[in-house]
Each structure stands twice: as structure tokens, then as C-alpha cells.
Design a protein around this ligand. Structure first.
Ligand SMILES: [Ca+2]
Length: 458
């Protein structure tokens, strides 16, 4: 919650200094939108329960506060490290049960009590609830069923912090963001880990875009957390997995108790522009649940495979970056999946004017520290695929095949950050055939700008 997009460029030495430079620049560019912060934490003197199985169904009378044996209210309008606009209260007006089995956190345009925020009189009140000092868990399945708000500026989150934050501080404490979404990007779901050397905008994680706004309905947001790996799910479908080996040697700080946090921030570095006239906004939580998985690591699982045979082909990959665009040096055209092809296997990959559409944005995965990359369309769960029998480029389910893998090479004679993207099957070069035309791979030709690309934060 103290961060936004995860930025993951780990080892980056296999394809030359120029490309490394562009990747470094990309990393800075993405990270620059997010400000690191140190979450403030209210610690309770009450005895703490380390749980392996625990559920709060938020049953209770309408208007009552969430159970104080489990939940604390953090209070204040400091901006919470991210220039957030809300003042958090412990009032039932901002967090209470609805009598129908839900906890409702409500952001209100309200300053009836003359509250002061870091920017002056507060514009909006909300709530941030934590189980610090009361309920902690180490490993297991941690999930909540939540309906997020959709108003501009809302920034709901379900996340965890290391219970030792009071002694070791943040980010040494570690942070596991189970769910983040913002009303200004209503289809985007973010999952992220933070720790020493990967905090703030350098968090390690990923994102997906869902077919419809997350706030249209309840969804279950979950992590399966083991000693060496965390895997994220929405409605039971995995979309991201980060293991100890993905940290590039940075310290894994997730082998200890963590407490839970539910909050609804407004505005700030990730929340963005706020529509105060659209308040109140509600984050509705049906339940929060912790389930013992016996301390086992979750299976590394990423978007479902539609091809290949045996095992999980994604298991060899890690998330290398947040979303990127691939753009041609010849004319700036971007690699995109044709029209509204969504999850259609075999849909054409074309060159088209870049407009930041989800069909033009790609999540980049990498095989270890190898110069082997896979591009998954943010607009689908399919990957950039060279027809295994030909040279047309399309989207297809990832089966771990070489025609779905790409290697980078410095473009001979090209400028810094300009690369050739070669098929892992036969070394042929990704080639821009012009606006609206299907991409192909062709024999690499030095000095041909239709075969030269830049990779950009998207
Ligand atoms: Ca419930």
C-alpha cells in the first residue's frame, strides 16, 4: 500500500550494456510515479494471537464497530507517506458493520469536526483497520471477499505488514500487498512484495487487468504464502507468483508473523485525481480468512496455459517487469493484439498507433537470469507467439515452447535502448510490416529500422 506498481528488473546482464541501460531507465520511469513511505502502525499492548485458522465474517448489528479484539483503527491525516487526502477515524461513520454480514469502510466528504490534514482542513474521512498486536499469521492462505468502490481517487487495499515493524522498521519488516486497485484504473489489480532494497516504487510484483471493473461485484483476493514463495489469486485463479529466487539476491523477509490491514485511501501518489462530489465511496468486506496450508510453498502458478504438455510451463519464469509497450523505431507503431480479440487463441498481433490500450500493454516474464523473455498480453492471459509453423505473430496460450520465447540483442548501429527482438525458435527478428499489418518474424537485417524496437513503461 506504500507503493504502487512493482518494478522487477532483476539480473540484467545477458544482452549488452545498451539494453541494460534502457531497462534501467524504464525501471526508474515506472518507479517514479510512486513514493516510498513508511507506514505508521498502532501497536496494542493486548496479548497477540498467532493464528493458523481464523475468520472474521463481520456478523453483527448494523452500525456496530468491527470486533475490537481483532481490529484496531489507525487515526490521522498525515498523508500516510503517499500524500493521501483522507483523515482516518475510528468513527462508525467510516467503518462499521452493515448488519448483513459485511464490514463497510466508507470514505465521506466530511469535515464536521474541523479536522486538519497535512494540506489544511481535511476534505474527506475514511478508515484504516489493522490487526496489529491482536491477530498475526505466518504462512497460509490469506484471503478476503471484497467489493471495492469505483469512484475516481479511491485506493482500497488489503495487505499485510511484518509484525516486527515496531522494532526493525519498514521496509525491513516486509510488506505483502494482497490487493490494490484504484478507482481511476478500475480494471487493474496489483499484487506486490516489499522489503529492503525493493520498497516503494521498486516493489516486486505484477498486475492484471480484468474484463470488467473490479468494483462491479465482490471478488475474492488471496495469497497463498509459503516459506519461499507467495502466489496471488483472484476468485481462485492465480495471476502472479514471486519466489525467494526472484529477488535477485535481495533479502526475503517473509518468514515471520504478519498482521492484516484493510483500508480505503483517497487520492495520493497512486489514487490520483479525486472526485469529491462522487463521495461517499464504500469498500465492502464480506470476510477475512486465514487458512493453514501446513507451511507448504504454493505451487508456482501464473496465467493458465493452453498449450504444451506436462507440468506448469510458467514455473520456470518470473515476473520481470510491470506492463511495457513494444514500439517500432521505424514509425513508433506498437505491438498489439488485433481489436477486441480478448482471449482468442491465434488472434493476430499487429502494428498500431500506441494509445496505452490493454491490448498494447504486455507483462514481461523472464527465465531465470537467461536472455529469454515471454510477453503476456495485459488484455488477455495469452502470450506473444510466433506461429510455430510459419512467421506470423499472434497470441497464444503459453506452453513453454521456444516460438513463444524471445531473446534481446543490441540493434547493430542502433542508439541506446534500441534492440532487436528475436524468436527463441529460430532467431528470426520481430518485424513491423506497417500500420494495421500483422507482425511477422523475418531474417534479421542490420540497419533495418522495421526490426528495431524499444521497450517502454506502459
Ligand atoms: Ca460476511
Amino acid at each position: 500500500m506504500a507503493k504502487g506498481n512493482g518494478v522487477v528488473y532483476l539480473a540484467r546482464s545477458t544482452w549488452g550494456k545498451r539494453t541494460a541501460a534502457i531497462i534501467a531507465a524504464l525501471s526508474l520511469g515506472v518507479g517514479g510515479v510512486v513514493v516510498a513511505s513508511q507506514p505508521a502502525v498502532a501497536l496494542s499492548a493486548a496479548p497477540e494471537a498467532v493464528v493458523s485458522n481464523w475468520t472474521d465474517n463481520f456478523d453483527g448489528a448494523a452500525g456496530s464497530r468491527p470486533n475490537s479484539q481483532s481490529w484496531n483503527s489507525e487515526i490521522g491525516g498525515t498523508g500516510w507517506g503517499n500524500n493521501e487526502r483522507q483523515y482516518y477515524t475510528d468513527s462508525a461513520a467510516n467503518s462499521s458493520l452493515d448488519g448483513n454480514g459485511n464490514l463497510v469502510i466508507t470514505a465521506r466528504r466530511d469535515n464536521t469536526n474541523g479536522l486538519n490534514c497535512f494540506y489544511g482542513p481535511c476534505e474527506v474521512t475514511s478508515a484504516r483497520l489493522t490487526t496489529a498486536g491482536k491477530i498475526t499469521a505466518t504462512y497460509g492462505r490469506v484471503e478476503a471477499r471484497i467489493k471495492v468502490p469505483t469512484q475516481s481517487g479511491t485506493w482500497p487495499a488489503f495487505w499485510m505488514l511484518g509484525d516486527d515493524i515496531g522494532s526493525v522498521g519498514w521496509p525491513q519488516s516486509g510488506e505483502i500487498d494482497v490487493m490494490e486497485n484504484v478507482g481511476n484504473s478500475p480494471n487493474k489489480l496489483l499484487g506486490t512484495l516489499h522489503g529492503p532494497g525493493y520498497s516503494g516504487g521498486d516493489g516486486i510484483g505484477g498486475e492484471i487487468n480484468t474484463a470488467s471493473p473490479l468494483g462491479n461485484d465482490f471478488h475474492t483476493y488471496r495469497v497463498d504464502w509459503g516459506p519461499d514463495r507467495v502466489t496471488w489469486f483472484i476468485d481462485g485463479t492465480p495471476y502472479l507468483s514471486v519466489g525467494k529466487e526472484d529477488l535477485g539476491g535481495k533479502q526475503w523477509v517473509f518468514n515471520k508473523p504478519f498482521f492484516l490491514i484493510l483500508n480505503l485511501a483517497i487520492g495520493g501518489t497512486l489514487g490520483g485525481a479525486v472526485d469529491l462530489n462522487a463521495m461517499p465511496a464504500q469498500m465492502v468486506v464480506d470476510y477475512v480468512k486465514v487458512t493453514d496450508l501446513g507451511g507448504a510453498n504454493p505451487v508456482k502458478s501464473n496465467p493458465p496455459s493452453h498449450g504444451g504438455s506436462g507440468g506448469d510451463p510458467w514455473a520456470a519464469l518470473h515476473v520481470e517487469s510491470p506492463a511495457v509497450s513494444l514500439q517500432s523505431v521505424a514509425d513508433g507503431q506498437a505491438v498489439e493484439i488485433d481489436g477486441n480479440a480478448a482471449n482468442t487463441q491465434g488472434a493476430r498481433a499487429n502494428a498500431w498507433d500506441y494509445s496505452a490500450g490493454n491490448n498494447q500493454r504486455w507483462q514481461m516474464y523472464r527465465r531465470g537470469t537467461d536472455n529469454v523473455f515471454v510477453f503476456r498480453s495485459i488484455g488477455s492471459t495469452l502470450v506473444l507467439d510466433k506461429n510455430i509453423l510459419g512467421n506470423d505473430v499472434q497470441q497464444y496460450g503459453y506452453g513453454g515452447n521456444t516460438n513463444q520465447q524471445w531473446v534481446f540483442a543490441d540493434a547493430p548501429g542502433g542508439s541506446s535502448g534500441q534492440i532487436q527482438i528475436k524468436s527463441g525458435q529460430d532467431g528470426s527478428c520481430l518485424t513491423n510490416k506497417g500500420h494495421g499489418q500483422q507482425l511477422r518474424t523475418e531474417s534479421c537485417r542490420n540497419g533495418d529500422s522495421t526490426q528495431v524496437w524499444t521497450i517502454n513503461a506502459a
